[in-house]
Design a protein. Structure first.
Length: 328
């Protein structure tokens, strides 16, 4: 078995069939699809049973008590037998050639991680946004020579293929949100070589009913995730690359965190999270000028943002909380 694809499932009966169809129809034949029903209360379990009956050579179905996304992924990792591991969220879907191309790149370049592009789609399948992951870089990326990838990369688990060796002593952190930000950078630090395709293989569904639309104090897990990565970074062979670490702290710990905070409706929670961010910045000696001048893929990040986001960030850095609340 070459590729194990892990699909955690929780209450997605309206989207699951499209996801599983895209996986059972992969052009790569040497795959196993590990579907983990994480205690669904809707009809997801019946859909999984049907696909397991119809595709017994491809689908391995499991059911467990609800434990959250990390727990379901870790459960799947214990059952996986493939040389490579992929993760697909159960409300998304992928192109037919995704895992064939990514596995070929992994073998060709002896890469422990392979990355593809993402496009956001609405519930009618219309593409709403294309997310290019690593522009202006070669197919084969030697991390030591292109370490800017560490701070520039978007740390989704779902658009990557991993050599299973990366998970020998690593698992997703249970009981937290933003588990990808916490783990995937740690896995990256174990890689000598990455590979990438510019194909937009992963189709990320923007759901109107998604739980991610609810923004709460759980957003503080972003800062905790960055702290966990920092600890591993200091013990890695790349620990001397301080500029890239600071850029990672700015991108994930400031910009990504603020992008979440912008949708927090409760003013008390909003103020608490802003206070925690202030502490985070002071402890790392991140100045406002560092944030404003931060570049991603060689371009000033703030200037590249849509106007509304740009105004939000500028108001925040100017300390205009009242204006921000009015804006939200």
């Amino acid at each position: 078995m070459m590729v194990s694809i892990i699909v955690p499932v929780y209450n997605v009966e309206n989207y699951l069939a499209k996801c599983l169809d895209s996986l059972v129809n992969q052009s790569l034949q040497t795959i196993e699809i590990i579907v983990v029903d994480d205690g669904s209360k809707d009809g997801s379990g019946l859909i999984i049973e049907e696909y397991a009956r119809n595709f017994p050579d491809k689908i391995k179905a499991f059911s467990k008590e609800n434990g959250g996304l990390s727990d379901a992924r870790n459960f799947g990792l214990e059952k996986a037998s493939g040389k490579y591991i992929g993760f697909v969220d159960s409300d998304d879907y992928v192109t037919e050639k995704m895992f064939a191309e990514m596995m070929q790149l992994a073998e060709k370049h002896e890469a422990k991680m392979v990355i593809c592009n993402i496009q956001k789609v609405d519930q009618n399948g219309k593409v709403t946004q294309k997310l290019t992951q690593i522009p202006n870089m070669p197919e084969r990326i030697e991390l030591d020579n292109h370490f800017s990838v560490f701070s520039d990369l978007s740390y989704f688990a779902c658009n990557k293929l991993f050599n299973r060796e990366l998970f020998a002593h690593k698992r997703f952190k249970a009981g937290v949100h933003f588990e990808d930000i916490q783990l995937i950078p740690q896995l990256l630090l174990e890689c000598k070589v990455l590979a990438q395709t510019q194909s937009f293989h992963y189709q990320y569904l923007e759901r109107t009913d998604s739980i991610t639309k609810t923004h709460t104090e759980k957003g503080l897990d972003i800062l905790k995730a960055v702290q966990d990565v920092e600890s591993v970074f200091e013990g890695s062979e790349y620990s001397y690359k301080r500029k890239e670490l600071k850029n990672f702290q700015i991108f994930e710990g400031v910009y990504s965190f603020l992008a979440y905070v912008a949708f927090v409706k409760n003013e008390e929670i909003f103020n608490k999270m802003v206070h925690e961010l202030t502490i985070f910045r002071k402890e790392r000696k991140i100045k406002i000028q560092d944030i404003l001048s931060y570049s991603r893929f060689g371009k000033n990040y703030l200037l590249s943002l849509p106007l509304k986001k740009k105004i939000f960030y500028l108001l925040f850095f100017a300390g205009q909380k009242k204006m921000i609340r009015r804006m939200l």
